[in-house]
Design a protein. Structure first.
Length: 122
C-alpha cells in the first residue's frame, strides 16, 4: 500500500498545481466564475492537503478519516469542474483532463478507504 500512497500523494499534488494553473486561465471578471474559482480552489487543493495530513495521522482511524475528507473534496472538485466545462466557461479539453484525473484520484481514495476499513483486499 506504500507505493499507492506515494503515487496518490504525487498525483494529488500535481492535480492541485494543475488546478491553480487552470484557474489562472479563467475570466475573473465573470462573477459566476469568481464564485466557482473560490469553491474549486478550496476543494481541489484540499484533496492533497488531506492526503498529506493522513500521513501524520496517529492511528488507522485518523488515516481513514483524512482519506475520507480527501474523497469528499475530490467529489466536490468534480462538480465544479463539470460546471465550468458544461457551461463553456472554461477550455473543454483542460477541464476534461482535470476531471479525468480527479476521477482517478477519487477511485484510488475510495479503494484505499475500503481496504483500510477491511472491506476489500488489495
Amino acid at each position: 500500500m506504500k507505493n499507492r500512497e506515494s503515487e496518490l500523494r504525487k498525483r494529488s499534488y500535481l492535480f492541485a498545481v494543475n488546478i491553480i494553473k487552470f484557474i489562472d486561465t479563467l475570466n475573473r471578471k465573470d462573477r459566476t466564475i469568481q464564485v466557482i474559482i473560490d469553491q474549486l480552489s478550496k476543494c481541489s487543493t484540499s484533496v492533497g492537503a488531506n492526503i498529506f495530513e493522513a500521513q501524520a495521522g496517529s492511528s488507522k482511524k485518523d488515516f481513514t478519516k483524512f482519506f475520507t475528507y480527501a474523497l469528499k473534496s475530490a467529489n466536490e472538485s468534480k462538480f465544479w469542474l463539470g460546471l465550468l466545462k458544461d457551461t463553456q466557461k472554461a477550455d473543454k479539453d483542460q477541464a476534461t483532463n482535470l476531471l479525468d484525473e480527479v476521477f482517478e484520484i477519487a477511485n484510488m481514495l475510495g479503494s484505499s478507504i475500503l481496504t483500510l476499513k477491511g472491506k476489500k483486499e488489495l
